[in-house]
Write a protein that binds this ligand. Structure first.
Ligand code: BG6
Length: 492
């Protein structure tokens, strides 16, 4: 149900995101024949003064990403891309953009308009205001439901997020604001609700009576690359926790939705964010471990410390790693610890969710050597799949019990090619499906929780543990679980 004849106005059309994610996603959609015949991507930017120069640059970026570019697909795409040179600061450029869109819309009976802000965050509010001021919304459309798509970060705390949202929502209705969290476009994250709700063996056990603890880990091996300026302000807490990790947690922990509408699911997720704020953080060291990577030599090569990275303050106290232990004080989850962690420059890129079940074995088996708990692993990346650990009798043994793992590797299947996150999200924004986008309520309550943590560590000056680049992360993060008689269940 993708909409025919839409205009996709891309602010930041010459930036990294457009080159590396957005246009390649359109290419993939075109290759799968998922796009309608009539639509126009109006890419705006300052850098090039003509369409051909812009297309050449796009082509070069695509070559770097793909083994082979299909000429037919590329031609189809280029016929649907226009380039419009524009500076955000220049009012005349906006006036001209209006004229251009108006002419085009008249000729082509444009049904809808999608404004995509793929720019630096400091321009989000300014561009939205100019969209309004220069009446880009009011040009006649067949179906006037113009949408706004906005990248992260959505504010840097609750207050700034609210200010931004007040501006956006005075121009677009909530229904038409699509806030991106690209983790929601990942295959296994879209799979969480299906695993939980369509399998009685999990659905029946998804609570404190059967689950011992929940772990979510988003481990990265890369450093901050060339995004030092942004990252040194944000740190891991705003870069990975406020959005991605809390989103994953909300899908794992929410109450069952009554139906699958975007609104109902979002309301259920919001309850989780609200409850997070009830965590008593007075004894903060029992809840949080912060870390920052220091230099290391790996295979004879020196890996820079965080403080030596480009555009990072040489005395920076920004955390590049964080582990959190939290609780949700509700009927379903009371007293079940939830452990979250994410960090840059860890020894392995690996993201997943571990659900460890309780040790409620039949008493007759308790005399045996210690049995392993059942464990459900949802593997997000790089491998996508599910593994389930259970106990079985070791063949030809004297009733010895051993754990075995049943594996479903989705990404190992022949001819498997997981769609890119942005491909899924762009398809949905064009179709008007908001399920994989975050609502203002979700964003606002997740900020309130993150603000609470930030205030706490501003007050208490909690330790910043140093960990060598490309290592497992700070030992204190292991200790956090060892204190509870547990360990991390990732492969780090
Ligand atoms: C982004 C963060 O939102 O997510 C990056 O800003 C991070 O710092 C990235 O590296 C991780 O995404 P993925 O899809 O590679 O796990």
């Amino acid at each position: 149900n993708i909409q025919n004849n839409f205009q996709f106005i891309l602010f930041g059309g010459t930036g990294d995101l457009a080159h590396n994610k957005i246009i390649p996603a359109f290419y993939n959609l075109a290759a799968k024949d998922s796009l309608p015949d009539k639509f126009t991507i109006v890419a705006t930017g300052r850098r090039y003064d003509n369409k051909n120069a812009y297309l050449d640059a796009l082509y070069n970026s695509l070559i770097n990403k793909k083994e082979k570019i299909d000429d037919k697909v590329w031609r189809f795409l280029t016929e649907h891309i226009d380039y419009f040179q524009l500076s955000f600061k220049d009012e005349n450029d906006f006036k001209n953009l209006r004229k251009y869109l108006k002419n085009k819309s008249k000729k082509e009976k444009v049904a809808n308009r999608i404004f995509y802000l793929a720019t630096a965050p400091k321009f989000f509010a300014e561009i939205a205001k100019k969209i309004e001021k220069f009446n880009l919304l009011e040009i006649k459309l067949e179906n006037n439901e113009s949408r706004l798509v906005i990248e992260k970060p959505f504010g840097h705390d609750f207050k700034s997020a609210k200010k931004l949202n007040d501006t956006l929502s005075s121009i677009f209705s909530e229904k038409n604001i699509f806030r991106i969290d690209h983790y929601l476009g990942k295959e296994m994250i879209q799979n969480i609700m299906v695993i939980r709700l369509s399998n009685p063996i999990f659905r029946a056990l998804w609570n404190k009576d059967h689950i011992d603890n929940i772990q979510i880990y988003l481990n990265e091996s890369e450093g901050v690359k060339d995004r030092g300026k942004y990252y040194d302000d944000a740190g891991v807490i705003k870069d990975m926790f406020q959005n991605h990790i809390l989103q994953v947690l909300s899908l794992i922990a929410m109450e069952e939705p009554e139906n699958l509408s975007a609104e109902e699911i979002s309301n259920k997720k919001v309850e989780v964010f609200k409850e997070l704020a009830d965590n008593d953080l007075s004894n903060i060291d029992n809840h949080i471990v912060r870390g920052q990577y220091i230099s290391n030599i790996v295979d004879g090569e020196k890996i820079k410390s965080y403080r030596e990275e480009k555009e990072i303050d040489s005395q920076s106290e920004t955390a590049t790693f964080m582990a959190l232990k939290l609780f949700l004080n509700n009927e379903r989850w009371r007293d079940v610890p939830i452990y979250l962690k994410s960090g840059k420059r860890l020894n392995k890129k690996e993201a997943g969710i571990a659900i460890e079940f309780k040790d409620s074995f039949h008493p007759a088996y308790l005399d045996q050597n210690k049995l392993d708990n059942n464990l459900l692993l949802i593997k997000i990346q790089p491998e996508e799949g599910i593994s389930l650990r259970f106990n079985t009798r070791k063949p030809a043994s004297n009733n010895k019990i051993v754990p075995v793992e049943m594996e479903f590797c989705q990404s190992c299947q022949q001819f498997f090619n997981s769609p890119e996150n942005y491909e899924v999200l762009i398809y949905d924004m064009i179709s008007g499906d908001k399920t994989l986008f975050t609502s203002w309520k979700e964003v606002s309550y997740s900020w309130k929780f993150i603000d609470k943590i930030q205030e706490k560590y501003a007050e208490e000056n909690i330790n910043l543990h140093k960990y060598p680049a490309l290592s497992k992360g700070p030992k204190a993060a292991d200790q956090l679980l060892e204190n509870d008689g547990r360990k991390w269940l990732d492969n780090n």
